[in-house]
Design a protein around this ligand. Structure first.
Ligand code: TYD
Length: 133
């Protein structure tokens, strides 16, 4: 597990329109088990506000823009996601929220695990205890 970081994706530029792609365990440092996406977010809303015990994620702004706010238990970092040719790797045990969604934005999330409600840490103080304790 490394720190959160931006990963540039291949970008095949073409006068007909550009193309990017992601290969499991290639462009993202884990095997992709699940994809989900967040869309139709009303103005001013935020998503997330939790951490995962075992799940690593890779987040891409497929359309529009938003901010991913990460806290590793010590410091907070804000990443502005605005293009579909890069994504943000978020390792497990990172508190994360997504806010500042633009109109018609779509956040694609690739996950290293299947959906498991017991993998969520929903309380920030619980997260700090587990992270630092
Ligand atoms: P949640 O992960 O809390 O969304 P966010 O982090 O964007 O705020 O999930 C919201 C709801 O969707 C919750 O009831 C669980 C459900 N859900 C699934 O059923 N499968 C999934 O893969 C995901 C990500 C969520």
């Amino acid at each position: 597990m490394t720190k959160p970081h931006i990963i540039d994706l291949p970008k095949i530029c073409d006068p007909r329109g550009n193309l990017s792609f992601i290969e499991s365990e290639g462009h993202v440092p884990f095997e992709v088990k699940r994809c989900y996406w967040i869309y139709d977010v009303p103005g001013g809303m935020f998503r997330g506000g939790h951490a995962f015990i075992n799940q690593d994620e890779f987040i891409v702004a497929m359309s529009g823009s938003f901010d991913v706010v990460l806290n590793d238990g010590t410091s907070e970092q804000r990443f502005h996601m605005a293009r579909s040719y890069y994504g943000l790797y978020v390792p497990r045990m990172t508190w994360r929220a997504i806010d500042n969604f633009s109109t018609n934005s779509v956040a694609l999330v690739l996950s290293s695990t299947l959906y498991d409600p017991s993998d969520y840490i929903e309380d920030f103080n619980d997260f700090l205890r587990q992270k630092n304790g």
